[in-house]
Design a protein around this ligand. Structure first.
Ligand code: SF4
Ligand code: SF4
Length: 89
């Protein structure tokens, strides 16, 4: 089963919760400010912040699961993350 977030409750049994569908804002990282400390990843409630496969010093967001809550932007000590409206992305 290729799912990340499942819940054991409900008549359907296990099913995927695709939290990215809730998003109205998305996070964007300013790489000139980011120090790759990964504090944003620590605070993300859905573990949607990952290190890039091509360059592990850079982070990226899994938009299938990022729900646009903005916690990462609030917790970033460098103010390197900006939340922008999906329509503007
Ligand atoms: S918390 Fe800010 S500085 Fe640290 S990795 Fe995330 S975006 Fe970069
Ligand atoms: S906006 Fe929220 S869900 Fe998306 S990466 Fe940041 S902390 Fe995670």
């Amino acid at each position: 089963m290729d799912t990340k977030w499942v819940t054991p409750i409900g008549d359907e049994g296990l099913y995927e919760i695709n939290t990215g569908k809730w998003r109205t804002f998305r996070p964007v990282i300013d790489c000139t400010k980011c120090t790759s400390c990964a504090i944003c990843a620590f605070f993300c409630p859905v573990s949607a912040v990952h290190r890039q496969q091509q360059d592990s010093t850079k982070l990226c967001f899994d938009l299938n699961y990022c729900k646009g809550c903005g916690i990462c932007a609030k917790e970033c000590p460098r103010q390197a993350i900006t939340m922008i409206r999906e329509e503007e992305a």
